[in-house]
Design a binder for this molecule. Structure first.
Ligand SMILES: [Fe+2]
Length: 888
């Protein structure tokens, strides 16, 4: 839905304007205008400018700490003057200590290794609600935060704190302006109503509402639907566990619960005490000035200090001394009583004292076990204190950890007082604050101790990262005629030679066996020359186990070598779950499933290829056939790469012509796809280009003259070199199409590739409908790289376009020379049958991981189009009549 300008204006008009006079609205608007102007001026300030202002403000606050504390107590009639002095000092000194060296202007943090920079931007105008319990300290604290972050604040203090807050604000404002802060940076709402607050909260120029106060204020702050920092109520559970240092714990609890007469919302509310130490703890409480109530006295407290209607504490008791409360309700206590302790038997509405009590009344619960203690603490936590604070006294780390796990609190204070502990930086390293985020449990946006970073919009400047790339290949590749003799140099006690029946029959396995060192026992394992399936793999593993093999030699085409790779994996790491390892991934380095590194056996894998196409002798891939589920899974990991590759042309001299052509075109497809892959690098390019050159030169010769040793040798090298490229750059959409089509119609892989190839070249050379996101490439380069390949092949052409056309034409010419069918139709597949198969094939092709590195992201309809082109065998180059101008 879009909103017109006029409607937008209507929406931005604060809904709470009703009930306010025009004069009042003008007054409120003027406050916002003033703050907005100040914040605009503030944006020009540097870090040094703001730091110059913050320090004198802190000093002024410290100097007037007692004065302001006195004013607060006189005006609110709650709390303890001496404690309020400490609060004012924490608000200034401790806050300063935390913020003084922090950067809050411009670049605030840099992460050079991540190419990431964080910059600060002020919020502008903040509306701040402050509470009755910590009036002046909260104002001092927020003023320092605001100046440090270049924000303006409109304060809306609790109505019963107007005088002391105005004074605190005056001191802060005058000092700030004197040292250069913009005029109007702090303003204070005088004698306000709830409507005033509502109007300001909804004002379009107020950027953030920061509400520290009761649940009503916090809820109101979240209501206008704009960013708000509202902190929730607390109900601090304390677990006094049997291993605790009891002397310290009892004193800490008394310090904390009596601090400012219990007005800090993080202060202790219910102490759950282990049975074993309960009596001792009660005795210590009494000795140190607490009055432990009997059952009747507890009932009296329940009735008087808690509101039976609402279940909340009685406002009259808030922040009062224990003796005053006792006197008020008619409870006889010793004159020096600091704290009233009420034993309770449960948590919830039937036990009113189990709720928050911001005065020196503490509930205690006797727990018979750790489990019971934790359960009661969780109950207290849920009875109005979610996300706030919890405390544990214990020397048992396990229990502390368990407590941390079960309690939902932004602050879990260990072995220290809750109220002062939660303020931060006194008893621990928490960030000093007067505003406790309670997370979603408390209906808040954060669990943090609110601080300067919540007063900033933090912008992250993320520079493009140059991801590390790699070129990983087996470190030993032996090639040329009789390279198999290199097998002898590898020490082995027991070697399993995995091969297929045909190769065994024509004596190739014997050649390999003869090349073993004399000390090696060699056993030949013949497996069916089909795609490897788990049954075959497990037979191999059995043989490896029974011969305690330390070396595997895979002699064969892609299937045999793939089978041997998986045998090695399962032999070395029997726990490897092949299905899980086949989980697809987008980025090799971020893959979810990792290959096992724990190995119970170790065996060297030597791969000797007997076809010139797949390059499996050097690749990290292995295809496994799952016959039961009638599917293939591809395993990919560099740990699958053979340790040694032997590229010996003697094993391909007798390859039939059809196989020569099929595997040769597979090799060409690998090189062409790796060449334009989004993962291509100069390392893979050099291999891809050379492989392409070799194929164009030698494949026709090897096809026509199978006994030409040079051509055979060079094609054998080309397959391996192309595999070095695609092992690292992967393939592309041609393979995705060929896999889907080949599997559906039982067409050999190389042949299926050939049917797609010219069309995919044209497709990738065109401006993509959808670019493939790739951090590795700069701009779209596929067409330029095809042109480079055309140049390398000496195909001529003046423009990139002409060169691409010439490459396509040369590829088609090569396919013609090799006698390939040039359309799917030529295979005898009817149009109707193809059309019926098309939707499923398209889905399968789209799911194929091969195209993830294609330079152009294929859309479903484009896959369909490519399939049809392959069906009809129409490439543009063909339509244009072959090679283009400038052809050599
Ligand atoms: Fe392939």
């Amino acid at each position: 839905m879009t909103v017109s300008g006029a409607e937008q204006e209507k929406i931005q008009t604060p809904p709470a304007a009703e009930g306010l006079s025009a004069e009042r609205i003008a007054y409120l608007d003027s406050l916002v205008r003033q703050a907005r102007t100040a914040s605009a001026v503030f944006t020009q300030f540097t870090q040094e400018d703001v730091d110059r202002i913050v320090k004198p403000m802190v000093l002024a606050g410290l100097e007037r700490a007692q004065y302001l504390a006195r004013l607060a107590v006189e005006e609110t009639r709650l709390g303890v003057m001496e404690d309020k002095v400490i609060k004012n000092m924490v608000a200034t000194e401790f806050t300063y200590n935390y913020v003084k060296d922090k950067r809050t202007v411009g670049i605030i943090r840099e992460f050079p290794d991540r190419n990431l920079v964080e910059m600060a931007e002020p919020i502008g105008v903040i509306l701040s609600l402050t509470p009755i319990t910590n009036p002046t300290s909260t104002v001092l604290f927020k003023c320092i935060l605001a100046i440090k972050t270049r924000n303006a604040i409109i304060f809306s203090p609790h109505p019963k704190t107007l005088h002391c807050c105005s004074e605190a604000l005056r001191i802060m404002y005058e000092t700030a302006v004197k040292h250069g802060a913009p005029e109007g940076v702090f303003t204070c709402l005088q004698a306000h109503t709830l409507q005033d607050n509502a109007y300001l909260m909804g004002h379009k120029d107020v950027g953030l509402i920061d509400a520290t106060g009761g649940p009503g204020a916090v809820k109101a702050a979240y209501s206008p639907g704009k960013p708000a920092l509202g902190v929730g109520p607390g109900n601090t559970a304390v677990y006094l566990e049997k291993t605790a240092d009891l002397n310290t714990a009892i004193v800490d609890i008394i310090i904390s619960k009596t601090f400012d007469n219990g007005t800090i919302c993080a202060s202790e509310q219910t102490v759950v005490i282990d049975d074993e130490i309960y009596d001792q703890a009660m005795k210590k409480f009494s000795e140190l000035g607490a009055h432990v109530c009997n059952e009747k006295e507890t009932k009296l407290l329940e009735r008087t200090v808690m509101d039976p209607q609402t279940g909340f504490m009685q406002p009259l008791a808030v922040g009062q001394k224990a003796t005053d409360i006792a006197q008020f309700i008619g409870l006889p206590v010793a004159p020096n009583t600091k704290l009233l302790i009420a034993p309770i038997k449960g948590v919830g509405p039937e036990h009113p004292l189990s709720f928050e009590k911001l005065f020196p009344v503490l509930a205690v619960y006797r727990a018979r076990s750790i489990d019971e203690a934790l359960k009661v603490c969780v109950d207290v936590n849920h009875a109005g204190g979610l996300g706030h604070t919890a405390i544990i006294f214990s020397r048992n780390d396990e229990v502390v950890q368990k407590f941390g796990e079960v309690i939902n609190a932004g602050r879990i204070i260990v072995n220290s007082p809750g109220s002062i502990g939660a303020l931060g930086a006194v008893y621990n390293d928490l960030v000093p604050t007067f505003s406790f985020g309670c997370g979603t449990g408390g209906g808040n946006s954060t669990t943090d101790n609110v601080n300067i970073f919540h007063y900033l919009n933090i912008k992250r400047v993320a520079r493009r990262t140059q991801n590390h790339m790699w070129f990983r290949v087996p470190n030993q590749i032996y090639f040329n005629m009789n390279a198999v003799e290199n097998v002898r140099q590898f020490p082995s006690r027991s070697t399993i030679i995995v091969t297929n029946p045909a190769l065994e029959q024509i004596g190739h396995a014997d050649i390999v066996r003869r090349s073993l060192s004399p000390q090696t026992y060699g056993h030949v394992l013949v497996i069916a020359d089909a795609e490897p399936e788990i049954k075959v793999v497990m037979q191999g593993v059995e043989a490896l186990d029974s011969y305690k093999a330390d070396q595997i030699i895979a002699l064969g085409g892609g299937s045999v070598i793939d089978a041997a790779k998986i045998m090695k994996l399962k032999y070395e790491s029997p726990q490897a779950d092949l299905e899980e390892l086949a989980t697809p991934f987008l980025d090799l380095r971020k893959r979810v499933v990792q290959y096992p590194t724990e190995k119970i056996n170790r065996a060297r894998l030597i791969a000797i290829s007997t076809t010139s196409g797949t390059g499996s002798e050097v690749t990290p891939f292995a295809v496994l056939t799952d016959k039961e589920r009638r599917r293939k899974v591809t395993l990919a990991d560099y740990s699958l790469s053979p340790d040694v590759a032997i590229v010996d042309p003697q094993f391909v001299m007798s390859m039939p012509r059809g196989l020569t052509a099929d595997t040769g075109v597979d090799c060409l497809t690998h090189a062409l796809e790796a060449g334009v892959s989004s993962y291509a690098s100069p390392y893979t390019d050099s291999n891809a280009m050379q492989a392409i050159r070799l194929v164009f030169k030698y494949l026709p010769i090897a096809y026509e003259n199978p006994h030409d040793e040079e051509a055979r040798s060079m094609m054998h090298n080309a397959a391996c070199i192309a595999a070095l490229a695609f092992s690292n750059a992967s393939v592309g959409v041609n393979h995705a199409l060929a896999h889907a089509f080949g599997a559906r119609f039982g067409v050999a892989h190389g042949r299926a590739n050939a049917l797609m190839l010219p069309h995919v070249l044209e497709y990738n050379a065109a401006v993509p409908t959808k670019f493939m996101p790739s951090p590795y490439q700069q701009g779209y380069v596929a067409h330029k790289k095809y042109a480079t390949i055309a140049d390398l092949l000496g195909l001529g052409g003046h423009t990139i376009e002409e060169k691409v056309k010439n490459l396509v034409a040369a590829t088609e010419k090569l396919l013609d020379q090799l006698g390939f069918p040039r359309s799917i139709a030529e295979l005898g597949i009817s149009r109707e049958e193809f059309e019926r198969a098309l939707p499923e094939m398209t889905k399968i092709a789209f799911d194929d991981p091969s195209w993830r590195s294609n330079p152009r992201m294929p859309l479903m309809n484009e896959l369909v189009e490519l399939f049809w082109k392959a069906y009809e065998g129409r490439s543009q180059a063909k339509a244009a009549g072959g090679l283009q101008p400038g052809t050599n």
